[in-house]
Design a protein around this ligand. Sequence first.
Ligand code: NAP
Length: 316
Amino acid sequence: MKPEILVLGTLWTPETRAQLCELFDCHFLAQLQEGERADLLASAGPRIRGVLTTGVIGIDGTTLVALPALEIVAVHGVGVDAVPRELVAARGVRVTNTPDVLTEDVADLAVGLLLACVRRLPMLDRYVRSGQWEARVPLAHARSLRGKVAGIVGFGRIGQAVAQRLTPFGLEIRYFQRSEGPEPQRRSSSLLALARESDMLIVCTPGGAATQRLIDAEVLDTLGPEGTLVNIARGSVVDEAALVAALASGRLGAAALDVFENEPQVPQALFEHDNVVLTPHVGSNTVESRRAMAGLAVANLVAHFRGEPLPTPVVF
Ligand code: NAP
């Protein structure tokens, strides 16, 4: 008999759905109506042994309670901040994620956002399309990257991949995280020190309680009116209200954001600024990364049910 699993979210390709249905007895929760979901959890919940979910959806406490036989939660994504770690640990439920396979694409997006923001590409595109160029509307100079300092908050897989990409642009790299990272990059003594020493901050930490609103008003003010903030980590890492206020008052120079506090809600105030670039949480949204992530998430489920070592377990 195939193990019964619950699949959360809507981002599964036909290819992945077919593979899942071949390997497991699947319940795709998102394709049910609200009322039907509760019925499914009540009837099939006690038999469900695995959950496949996304990094953003994770799993909530109510769903966990409805799955008393749950053995594994496979997260399609590297961030596991939407999985309540105390609850799964208390139940002995294993958790897996999909690190590495998305690192390069997420780092590419971070660099793309930085360039788009510093060189104001979305604004320039609007300038051309709206006829302002033809009308000779004056255009201010942008700032050069060369010779500036890029501060990376969270110097893990993605942070280091961002650093590798930025060095050839003539940027000096510094970083801050709790532990010492690899040489030769310089770790700043604190997050505030990094903000003080940097022209731009690129946020690459995990989400969750330990990084909640790490980038607060003080950090933004320290980065200052010439500074640029790029966030590809999680919306929760930046105090969004403080960010909106800092941009509105000119205390922060510019921001490029792929992630937000209450996705898909984005503060309307951010739409008003030409110095803000917004993308809809698409760091890993390439055919290649998404295929590799799905493959790895499924491989973790398969390994678990075969009693083999998990390819990428999460150690909380
Ligand atoms: P990783 O290799 O675990 O790196 C995370 C780094 O953050 C670690 O080196 C860690 O170092 C540092 N960190 C953790 N807590 C910190 C804190 N309180 N202050 C400062 N630094 C801290 O993870 P990764 O693979 O690079 O992924 C990073 C995050 O990117 C993911 O967790 C996810 O949330 C996000 N992400 C976003 C997208 C997207 O689509 N936008 C896609 C993929 C991933 P220390 O423990 O030494 O502090």
